[in-house]
Design a binder for this molecule. Structure first.
Ligand code: MN
Ligand code: MN
Length: 297
């Protein structure tokens, strides 16, 4: 079927609700919540935009072949589990439903793939991984997102990882890759360093050094679309210039996945209404294919 036809599910995978009984290798769950954005809203439309763009890459018997790496994405069973029902204006209800849905999805799949939404959703998503000993997070992001509070707000998209380390004793380490810009919260930087987090600034990738990523750990991978350069992927609410190329982001993803046990992935902060060409959603889907190729290829 052509990419402009039919009902849009992610990669044209079958849709089964979380209330149904099923098993798959990959389960896709949309989290259309952008109530925590302090700047330009619209990430709530990302799950639908990603599904629509993903029809360019339908799963098929032939699969996808990466001639450079000699790996093939083929025969992976994916289910699109639809979206979490997140009511606007009520983050406690939204977050409770996000955690509950993520727990249900984890029971059904090897790899849960969450499509945000703004980055605040990573806190309720990580709550669903509170039983994973020695959990490591790799966050690909221009921003640290470790702010304690801003203007009295504690659950914004600037704070998901601060809330997560407070709530989850099993979350032992966070590596943040792609940091840049001037909007750093000094207290957040000090707090992250005091906890021993690994902060990888954008310059470290450009120099081509080996990346200080975890190895042999259970890893939750959180990909903020604004890690990429806004010339590559402009549809984000807080763009920062001088970002990662697609190749650099794909390298971080591949190395993270190949040397660890991937327990979950989220992709957040895509704000499709900010890109009238709709290319950002297409690029984002390609990046998510890199995740699947690294894990299953
Ligand atoms: Mn960011
Ligand atoms: Mn972020």
């Amino acid at each position: 079927m052509m990419p402009f036809a039919g009902v849009a599910t992610f990669l044209r995978a079958p849709h089964h609700a979380l209330s149904e009984s099923w098993q798959a290798e990959v389960g896709v769950l949309g989290v259309p919540w952008d109530g925590a954005v302090g700047y330009r809203p619209g990430a709530r439309f990302a799950p639908q935009a990603l599904r629509l763009a993903s029809l360019r890459y339908p799963l098929s018997e032939q699969g996808y072949y990466h001639p450079l790496h000699g790996c093939r994405l083929q025969g992976v069973r994916v289910v699109d589990a639809g979206d979490v029902d997140t009511p606007p204006m009520d983050y406690e209800t939204a977050f409770a439903r996000i955690t509950e849905s993520a727990r249900l999805l984890r029971q059904r799949v090897k790899l849960p793939l969450f499509l945000g939404g703004d980055h605040s959703i990573t806190f309720p998503l990580l709550r669903a991984f509170d039983d994973v000993p020695d959990l490591h997070v790799v966050q690909i992001d221009a921003h640290l997102d470790f702010t304690d509070e801003r203007d009295g707000v504690r659950y914004s998209n600037s704070s998901p990882f601060r809330r997560a380390v407070e709530a989850l004793p099993n979350l032992t380490h966070i590596t943040t890759v792609g940091l840049r810009g001037v909007r750093f919260d000094p207290e957040a930087v000090q707090a992250a360093q005091a906890r021993g987090h690994t902060l990888v600034f954008r310059e470290a990738l450009r120099e081509g050094h080996s990346l200080p990523l975890p190895s042999g750990k259970p890893v939750y991978l959180s990909i903020d679309a604004d890690a990429l350069d806004p010339a590559v992927l402009p549809a984000v609410n807080s763009p920062e210039p001088d970002g990662l190329s697609f190749h650099e982001a794909a390298r971080v993803i591949a190395e993270t996945i190949r040397q660890n046990t991937l327990v979950g992935v989220d992709f957040v902060e895509l704000t499709p209404t900010l890109d009238p060409t709709q290319n950002s959603a297409l690029i984002a889907v390609r990046l998510l294919l890199e995740v699947l190729i690294a894990r299953f290829g």
